[in-house]
Each structure stands twice: as structure tokens, then as C-alpha cells.
Design a protein around this ligand. Structure first.
Ligand SMILES: *Cc1c(COP(=O)(O)O)cnc(C)c1O
Length: 244
């Protein structure tokens, strides 16, 4: 695992150099879905601190298992689709929810975050290639959803997330990463009225672009990703029979 992580970190660094970015701008999230606690601890010992999970139950179990030992030094990312009835369980365990894609879901997050008196960091998931099979808002729906989400005092919209199509040549996804970055810039520099007391948005903390996985993270970094979500590249092939 050490070799694989070093290789990925090096490739991230090279991709940054190619486009004049500083590699400290990019966070490597180890996607640990289906992986055991031992594997996560191994990755932690090798310096990784951010872990991504698809399922709420798995995130909560792993969080509970490791939080005594590592406390807040280990950060959990909810990267898979989130159902409204699971919000309550995950809200104070995930450092960031990458997959907010509806007002209904956001209302539930606001409600539960308010009860716990916390502010929940979220990303808006965009269905960047308009794929039937994928969650996320369309590019057309994005501005409207964004304007609604920044009205919630217990939600902080930190950026955008997308899952690019499955391709064999990562270059095919460059156009989607570039498009997501453009949408990100459009929002960041949109003149949101910060004097408005009903608006909870600060463009300085709209700073996360979560895109790129094992097959295409280098291209994503070249196109501006600040978080890449890498599973197989770190842990090897997933064995889904490990999880219920
Ligand atoms: C599983 C998953 C990943 C990681 O996929 P790999 O191809 O194994 O790197 C990234 N993002 C999301 C949302 C995932 O569900």
C-alpha cells in the first residue's frame, strides 16, 4: 500500500506542476468503502487522514470504531447518495457531505444540524455528463439550488462534486472536469449579496472542487480538482462481500 500511495501522491504533484499549481491545494481522499478497519489504519499510518464512504451505516460504524483512537485527526467524507432518513445518523460524523443534490435533502440537513447546533459542510453534486444512472443536479438546475442552499444557517456550501463517466481513456473526461470548474468559478464570483442577513455564503469558504477517481484523478487535478477520491488505486480491487 505504501508504494501505491507514494505513486499517487507523486502523480498528483506532477499534475500540479504541469499546470502551475501547488500540490498542497489537493487533498487525497482514500475511498475506503468495503475496506476493513485494519486497511484504514494502515492507510492512516502511511499519512492519510481523509476517508470516503458511500454508505451511511458503514461510515458510522467505522467512525465509531476509530474515533476513540484517532479523534478528529481522521476525517470522514460521505461521498455516496444520501437518503433523507439517514441524515440524522451521519450529520455529526461526516466532516463533509459531497452528495447534496436536492432541496428536500438540504431541508433535512438544516433541520438536523440545527437540532445539534452545528454547521454542516456540504458540496453540491452535479450530474456533469447528464447520465441517466447518476445522481446530482443538472447544470441548469445548479444556480437555483445553490441560491436556496445558502439561505440555510446550519449549512455551509463549500463547493461542487461530480462523478465523471466510466471511461478507458481519462482524457475523455477532461471536458467534464473543465466544465465543473467553470460552474464552480461562476458561483464563486457571482455577486451574492453578503450584506443580506438571510444569506449564509462566503466566497472564501467556497473552495472545494471534488472530482477525479482512480482512473482519471491526474486529469482532474490538471483541471483544478482540490479533492480527489481514490479507492482502488490505494486499496486494490474492492471485495463487496466484506460488507452487508
Ligand atoms: C467508489 C467511489 C470512488 C472511488 O472509486 P475508485 O475507482 O475505486 O477510485 C470515488 N467516488 C465515489 C463517489 C465513489 O463511490
Amino acid at each position: 500500500m505504501k508504494e501505491r500511495i507514494l505513486d499517487i501522491q507523486n502523480k498528483i504533484k506532477l499534475a500540479c506542476e504541469k499546470v502551475g499549481r501547488d500540490s498542497s491545494e489537493v487533498t487525497l481522499i482514500a475511498v475506503s468503502k468495503t475496506q476493513t478497519i485494519d486497511m484504514i489504519e494502515e492507510a492512516y499510518a502511511l499519512g492519510l487522514r481523509d476517508f470516503g464512504e458511500n454508505k451511511v451505516q458503514e461510515l458510522v460504524e467505522k467512525h465509531n470504531n476509530l474515533s476513540d483512537k484517532y479523534g478528529d485527526t481522521i476525517k470522514w467524507h460521505q461521498i455516496g447518495h444520501l437518503q433523507r432518513n439517514k441524515v440524522k445518523q451521519v450529520i455529526d460524523k461526516a466532516a463533509l457531505i459531497h452528495s447534496v443534490d436536492s432541496l428536500r435533502l438540504a431541508k433535512m440537513i438544516e433541520q438536523e444540524a440545527s437540532k445539534k447546533d452545528i454547521v454542516c459542510n456540504i458540496l453540491i453534486q452535479v450530474n456533469i455528463a447528464d447520465e441517466e444512472s447518476k445522481y446530482g443536479v443538472s447544470q441548469e438546475e445548479l444556480p437555483e439550488l445553490f441560491m436556496e442552499l445558502i439561505k440555510f444557517p446550519h449549512i455551509r456550501v463549500r463547493g461542487l462534486m461530480a462523478i465523471a463517466p466510466y471511461v478507458t481513456d481519462p482524457e475523455e473526461n477532461r471536458k467534464y472536469f473543465s466544465k465543473l470548474r467553470q460552474l464552480f468559478i461562476d458561483i464563486k464570483y457571482k455577486n451574492v449579496d453578503n450584506e443580506d442577513k438571510e444569506i449564509y455564503f462566503n466566497s472564501d469558504t467556497f473552495d472545494i472542487l471534488s472530482m477525479g477517481m482512480t482512473g482519471d484523478y491526474e486529469v482532474a487535478v490538471e483541471e483544478g480538482a482540490t479533492m480527489v477520491r481514490v479507492g482502488t488505486g490505494i486499496f486494490g480491487e474492492r471485495n463487496y462481500s466484506n460488507t452487508k
